[in-house]
Design a protein around this ligand. Sequence first.
Ligand code: PLP
Length: 385
Amino acid sequence: MPIYLDYSATTPMDPAVFEAMRPYFVEKYANPSSIHSLGRAIRDDLEKARETVAKSIGAEAHEIIFTASGSESDNMAIRGTAELFRDKGKHIITSSIEHKAVLESFKLLEKQGFEVTYLPVDTNGIVPLDAVKNAIRKDTTLISIMLVNNEIGTIQPVREISDIAKKQGIIVHTDAVQAMGKMKIDVGELGVDLLTISGHKLCGPKGIGALYIDENLKNDFKPLVVGGAQEYGLRAGTESVPNIIGLAESCAIIMKNLEKEKAHIKSLRDLFEHRLIEELGDVNINGDIEKRVCSISNIAFRYVEAEALMIYAEDICCSTGSACSSESVDASHVLYAIGVNPVDLHGAIRFSFGRFNTEEEVNRAVDILKESVEKLRAMSPLVNR
Ligand SMILES: *Cc1c(COP(=O)(O)O)cnc(C)c1O
């Protein structure tokens, strides 16, 4: 049986989530915009789901917009904000280690006449606050910095960035897709105006995301997708009710079990790293060891090509670079940004742990990795013998 250590790419659905969704495919199929009794019943369920999702991040229900993905939420937040304040200023800020959904949104805006600052990160993969302060100009309208990086798991100082931005009247968005379920999230404490989450990274369904928009910003916001008046007129299209119910159930489980789950995932990740460091050696953990979520371990195996290792260790499902860019031969833009040396760049693999992993799986994965790495190192001309 393959061992799934790729929870940052996507997660298995929790059976409880699947059970919560099931009725909405067959019996509870009415359109929540219909005014008949069946439609109204679904509308009630949908609005309860919105409340649950809102509560899980410390927001109000009317500040939650359901979208089709984390990528869509990122696009809506960034492109919507830039457009909204176009007359006020055309300078916007992000970091060089964002997810492609964020980076490509900024690139698109660049083509449309906006000026973008891509902030560097330090060698631990953290955006320095000084860099944020120095980048801000009179015409800056938006800062988008991810809460947790999807490749190395580093936690960014979003709260501190919001504090800086607020003083200048700058809107702040954070992509919290990898943070949700791995740490407590409260939009008030973070001080952000917009926040992205995605269902399939939370043991929930694929094809559902949510965007938190602060109520002060929401009234002026414009939709990316126009048509019907769904989602407060901010996102047209009949709601994917089963997916929305599934996302809400995922959020409810997180609210109930966050501390227990964090401890479970962290114990597995730590076991994995400790064994590799002690029993294999010549491994380097990329990113900040402390300011990091419990779920991600980005490891460089010295003298070994990541792709070769993944072929040898084929029973372990993991990622080189990020899954979205695994077809490109370019090294990861994140590892490049944190200045990983060229030898380690090509031996780096992301292992990501989650709810249904077991200690037995982790021990088996370490055994497989040890055997594979030792075989590859024995063949490597780089090893100094
Ligand atoms: C997976 C991911 C996304 C995209 O979410 P989708 O729902 O797959 O579109 C965005 N940002 C980060 C950090 C992610 O890990």
